[in-house]
Ligand binder design. Sequence first.
Ligand code: SF4
Length: 65
Amino acid sequence: MKKCSRFKHCGFIKKYEETGLYNNLIELYCKGKKNKYCKRRKFNKEKGYSPDDNMLPNGKKGKLK
Ligand code: SF4
């Protein structure tokens, strides 16, 4: 599947991709079929700015500070 259109600019990706902590979420949301359900995308669309880098695509809080 195609990567999310926000992939290159996404703070969550910048913060976590290299860590490998959330590979499952990245596969599912950022490169997969749950893309349209990403809470970060929703946040951005509704508020017009990006959520905190620590917000996961499922809306939960990430492990790192
Ligand atoms: S976290 Fe959401 S906005 Fe960021 S790349 Fe993944 S699907 Fe796109």
